[in-house]
Design a protein around this ligand. Sequence first.
Ligand code: HEM
Length: 533
Amino acid sequence: MAAFFLSWQTAVALVGLYIAGWIVLVVYRTTFHPLAKFPGPKLAAMTFAYEGYYDVVRGGSYNEKLVELHKRYGPIMRINPNELHCNDPKFIDEVYPVGSRRRDKSQYFLDTFGPKALKTGFGSRTHNIHRLRRGVMNKFFSKGSISKLEPMIHDLAQRLSDKILAKTGSGKPFDITMAYSCYTTEVIFTYCFGKKSGFMDQEDFEPNLREPIYAGLANHHIGKQLPLLVKAMNMLPIPLMRMLSKELALYIDTMFIGLGKHAANMREAYENGTYEKMMGERSTIFAEVWNSDLPAEEKSAERVGSEAASLMGAGTETTAWTLSLLTFYLKTQPEIYERVTKELKTVVKDPRQLPSWSALEQLPYLAATILEAIRLSYGVSTRLARAAPDEELIYRGTYTPLPTKSGVDSEPVQVEYVIPKNQFVSMSSYNIHANEEIFPDAGEFRPERWLNEEGERRKDLEPYMMSFGKGSRQCLGMNLAYCELYLGLTALVLRVLPHLEIFETTVDDVKYHHDLFVPMAHPDSKGVRVTIE
Ligand code: HEM
């Protein structure tokens, strides 16, 4: 049998080449790279492993490390070989503009979601392909379209309350986020596929999409460090992928195979002319995609299946988690709960007949409470990088460097940076929402911060709300999320919370602990557990 041996000379030469390659790369990154002149830790400029150390080894803690590093390096610094990070809220609209100022996403970031995600609106790398995909779906998520969906959401908010109240007296604690996950999934599933997910009709609140979604995110940070591994894994046949890990199997089977089948069935009905019979008068997001003038490859059942997975992934746990925070803070801060209840009772006569979403939005304290929960639930907590292919971005700001080594306070200094075209700069909701100048006592749940002295909504703070992202890639489902939150919370406050008790849950179960693309509570947390008395 032929054997393949490397002579020791060849092995030494290969190791030498590898080291030489690294040296060249490090010299390039620290000397010639377009970001070489920006401040930041030298190791972060040399290698992605610096970010990897904090996010993989020290469990999603790079966000917190960046807070510390900004104090030393100023408002803009280099955080990995290809990315700057900015903590100055005044720069939000430059990094994430609206309209025709183009912004691209980073392949390094998107690759962690796998090749199917690259076919979705969220996963579109370039501005142009994003506009194409998103343009078709936009009208389904306008305020007007969501208002037409309101009767369904009203009905589901009531069913959610009935189902939770059916647990009265059982004495058995359960994780309330499971219930909210079923509610939010049912809404977006029906909107996509024109039929029920079944989650609200099952005996209890499990199964739901929560476990598969978090299973899919579990390797987000490792995927950033080992993109080739992600690519190799995605080339494996599905049965082999399933064997790699239980989590991966659950994610693939639920989010891609399961949802993909729904998309394929709809596509088949659409092609053979039975779609109208199946859907009746109702239109769905995907029918709109098929009726559009998008190129044929954009209309395939496979791409639409991936878009469905993206909509479910983006539109269920975010809103469900915000409702969980609301439940926890309202039940643990009775003065807030009483004020919300009192205000709601001015417009709700029968809690089974809720006012419209637009009427509820006029209630300032309710609006402030929802905004505060959205702020502290962060949406996507990770750094969202953008590159401007057509323009340099000019940053001007002031910061006060750390005191000198001998303890003398430093004077504020003015800085100006020109970020070259096509270079990535990121910001994060985690960082902006913790800014004490904008949100004093930022870690506290304080709805009043969104109101002025007359008790009216303060509009000046809202530009700093980053939970839905910003600019042309801002959350597609923002109106839907608000509608679900206003109607869901109203039904819960008036019908469920009077009977709900928080069970062995502390603020550590809802507070940001680390970043896994989305914010995560302490790893030992058992969720927001409640009983219904
Ligand atoms: C409280 C609830 C929600 C929060 C905090 C939230 C947050 C976010 C954030 C931060 C982004 C931007 C990600 C990026 O820049 O890459 C985003 C994008 C997105 N969200 Fe939401 N989301 C919520 C609810 C929803 C709902 C209900 C849907 C329903 C369809 C949805 C669908 C999407 C989609 C499709 C995108 C990608 C948009 C694009 O890239 O064009 N989200 N969301």
